[in-house]
Design a protein around this ligand. Sequence first.
Ligand SMILES: Cc1ncc(COP(=O)(O)O)c(C=O)c1O
Length: 390
Amino acid sequence: MSQQNFNFDTCSIHIGEKPDFSEGSKSEVVAPIYLSTTYARKEVKNPGYFQYSRCDNPTRFALEQRYASLEKTRYGLAFASGLAAEATVLFTLINPGDHIIGFDDLYGGTKRLFNQWKEKYKIAVSLVDATKTHLVEEAIRPETKIIWLETPTNPLLKICDIAAISEIAHRHHILLIVDNTFLSPCFQNPSVFGADIIVHSVTKYIAGHSDVIGGAVMLNDHALYERLKFNQNSLGTVPSPFDCYLVLRGLKTLSVRMGKHQSNALEVARYLEKHPKVAKVYYPGLPSHPQYETNLKQAGGFGGMVSFEIKGGEQEAIQFLESLELFTLAESLGGVESLIEHPALMTHSSITAKEREQAGIKDSLIRVSVGIEDEHDLLNDLEQAFEKVR
Ligand SMILES: Cc1ncc(COP(=O)(O)O)c(C=O)c1O
């Protein structure tokens, strides 16, 4: 049976780690961590496939094959972080004078990167509410090179219609990039809906245990893959072999983890929706979410991220966050343990207050990465913290 025909759960365990029974091989079940930085050749003019580990490394090669299989693309590339992946994509595609359209609720670090590029290379950036597809088309200029989306977004969990925006992008000869970090390839494959490049902060659900910083790019176009691979090497934005091993290991349980993240998140969202001290809940799995139907159309799940506004403001939010005992007050998301944070003061403090206001990130907003602990313990902890908020 061809490995191409395997389903997601099988690919997440096996692709890239096929035992090799050829003579002299050790037929390992688990891909070894290849630490050697360089590879010997017998003849000066005849290098093997692997020469120097920044260019290619066998552990990374195994992971890149798995990335491609999980995102249903031809190619996968592994990076040292989500932002290293993003910077390599920008470096490859964007020239002075170009224009980028982005979702107005993109991850703060992505916006910061756009801002730096804007100042240094005189490019233009338009951030639009991509939940309204027509606003994306209206923002297009002759010099627009890429449209950059997240769905759901970080931290307001807005959903945009990937297929509709992809149709617009391609009609105007623009590339569509989708950051698929929040749902992971387990619940959503943007390439199926026309996205040209998929990026991930592997640090989150893909690695899944809050112990690796990593990034990924997946795509189908061969020429673009060659350009990105060239720059992955020339910029040196590569992950270490040990990190690649950890991600290969983490991926084996991705779908089991995502199922529990999601069922716990739904419990938490339903609990928050009924809570008298909560003003608003953002979760794509609640029928009250404004883009609930769009998410259903393009994704196989809603994920483990929930955001909510506590009644009051910054003071009540801080009081609540500092009263929690099981949820850990920390940035990041997608690990097995539940994390909670205040976007305006933590993850999104790198963008200006004006940009936060425009994006709707209020001082009362709290973002929860719901882990895979027992759901009753999670709800009990939220309840005791709410009780401490005056
Ligand atoms: C949606 C999203 N994209 C990209 C990144 C950047 O990834 P990294 O922290 O791995 O560089 C993050 C980080 O939080 C993120 O949430």
